[in-house]
Design a protein around this ligand. Structure first.
Ligand code: NAD
Length: 506
């Protein structure tokens, strides 16, 4: 089944001009628009389709098949039928399929970057960054596939031998969000396949195109029929419920908002289904009086404005020591006010559109609330006129306790600053949230850094850096930011079952 070659990749048509209308049409022409079930692209059971829209222009890019609940169950049946065969393949074979997928993705990185910019809106330079980041999960888990270990030991009494082995958990249902269309898919698919699991992927309905193009690449890389199935749908809840309730399903991995995560956990309880949950965040960004302010400003720009603020890791609350708060605010406002806003395909754009008009309304509601409660507007603070769903990059200072944006995920280009006086006050404020995904802290004092590692209630910490994501590291949150980890050695463990065998003393 592993017949794809590098020669086939070389024959792939190259994009002549990465940003013109011809290049856009060329990449759209390559996207399969059906459902992928049992190795075949097909239409939905009722032939329905739905439009995928460019958020920068409001125009429809493509229509894709709209899976019904019946299609979801058929996809699970295909994953279940392929389960035993894929679990039996040699780890080296699974590793090589993933490595080929990595290589093919490198060859086609411009296509994937452009497609993500078209359907999701992120600036092209960031989309290229996501191709690099998302691709690393394929490479990392191709390397992990051959290192699934176990153990052999004598029990403490000396009366028996314990053998511990790991085996694939079985068919997995993978639900992804729209904000990182490629990386959220590879971060789940790669460890699942490496572990020997088959999958049903339900991409976000706002951005299914990247997943569809990627699934086609996986087939070319040699993934056998039924091992990866893809069911885009506008009926996420209706499709998911019977799949989650089906005893053939053995694992649910979800990335998305905390409220939907809670609903899915309740459904998963029915069959005591194993789950991984990558949920929302409300990241604190701490700047201490001893911070390197230039470094903190650069870190803040990345932690806040990457993906136009639409990241679970986005810094949501800036807590700055009162001695440096005005200087930090002055420097960051100067940079933010100069950020070019526009369609992500244009040169030099830093801020793309938000995903839809609801996202613009939410950002504006949060800003308006903060201003009513006494915050000061330093720049931005309004939607941008014209086609597309843009919000001006915004800086607020003097944000008052009780403001909604201190509690809710902003998910937009709005940087909100409060001040603190002592380290204790900063830590208490940072932990004052139901979320616990990531925190950022800027300080030149190593002892303080160490204290923060121990005291911050987050799954991840960026110490003097504004980006923590890396395929080799365990990504995930505590509290209501989720359960489990993606990436690192922990990432493949999410798709493995542990079995222990005891034999008597020989
Ligand atoms: P969302 O929860 O609305 O949707 C996520 C996915 O779940 C989509 O595919 C959607 O179709 C599906 N979905 C929605 N309702 C469902 C239901 N009842 N049953 C089954 N599936 C359902 O989130 P979103 O708006 O797509 O993404 C943004 C959210 O994702 C933010 O909260 C962000 O913090 C979070 N996120 C978390 C991480 C992480 O790693 N922790 C990464 C990226 C995004």
């Amino acid at each position: 089944a592993t017949t794809a070659t590098r020669a086939a990749a070389a024959a792939w048509p190259t994009v002549p001009d990465a940003t013109g209308p011809a290049a856009e049409q060329a990449v759209l022409d390559r996207v399969p628009t059906g459902l992928l079930i049992d190795g075949t692209w097909r239409s939905a059971a009722d032939d329905a389709t739905f439009p995928v829209v460019d958020p920068a222009t409001g125009e429809t890019l493509l229509r894709v098949a709209d899976a019904t609940p019946e299609d979801g169950v058929r996809a699970l049946a295909a994953a279940d039928a392929a389960r035993a065969g894929w679990a039996r393949t040699a780890p080296r074979q699974r590793a090589e399929v993933l490595r080929r997928a990595f290589d093919l993705l490198q060859d086609r990185r411009e296509d994937f970057a452009l497609l993500m910019t078209l359907e999701m809106g992120k600036p092209l330079a960031e989309a290229r960054g996501e191709v690099a980041y998302g691709g690393e999960f394929l490479r990392w888990f191709s390397e992990e596939a051959v290192r699934i270990g176990g153990s052999y030991s004598t029990n403490p009494e000396g009366t028996g031998r314990a053998v511990v082995t790991h085996k694939p958990v079985g068919p997995a249902f993978l639900i992804t969000p729209w904000n990182f269309p490629l990386a959220m898919a590879t971060r789940k698919i790669a460890p699942a396949l490496a572990a020997g699991c088959t999958v049903v992927v339900k991409p976000a309905e706002l951005t299914p195109l990247t997943t569809l193009l990627f699934a086609d690449l996986l087939l070319e890389a040699g993934v056998p029929a039924g091992v990866v199935n893809v069911v885009p749908t506008t009926s996420a809840a209706a499709l998911s419920e019977p799949v989650i309730g089906d005893p053939r399903l053995r694992k649910l991995s979800f990335t998305g908002s905390t409220p939907v995560g809670r609903t899915l956990l309740r459904q998963a309880a029915g069959t005591v289904l194993r789950t991984s949950m990558e949920l929302g965040g409300n990241a604190p960004f701490l700047v201490f009086e001893d911070a390197d302010l230039e470094l903190a400003v650069e870190g803040a720009l990345l932690a806040k404005f990457r993906n136009t603020g639409q990241a679970c890791t986005a810094a949501n609350r800036f807590l700055v020591h009162e001695d440096v708060a005005e200087e930090f605010a002055r420097r960051i406002t100067e940079r933010v006010a100069a950020m070019p806003v526009g369609r992500g395909t244009e040169d030099g754009i830093a801020i793309g559109p938000l995903i839809d008009s609801r996202a613009v309304d939410k950002a504006h509601r949060l800003v308006t609330d903060a201003l009513h409660r006494g915050a000061t507007l330093r720049t931005g603070g309004h939607p941008v006129d014209g086609s597309g769903t843009f919000y001006a990059p915004t800086v607020l200072t003097d944000v008052q306790p009780g403001s909604d944006l201190l509690r809710d995920e902003i998910f937009g280009p709005v940087l909100a600053i409060r001040t603190f006086r002592t380290e204790d006050e900063a830590v208490t404020a940072a932990n004052d949230t139901e979320y616990g995904l990531v925190g950022y802290a800027f300080t030149e004092d190593p002892a303080r850094g160490q204290r923060l590692m121990e005291r911050l209630e987050t799954g991840m910490l960026g110490l003097n850096t504004g980006v923590v994501s890396n395929a080799s590291a365990p990504f995930g949150g505590v509290k209501q930011s989720g359960l489990g980890r993606e990436g690192g050695g922990e990432g493949i463990a999410e798709y493995l079952e542990t079995m222990y065998t005891l034999t008597p003393d020989p």
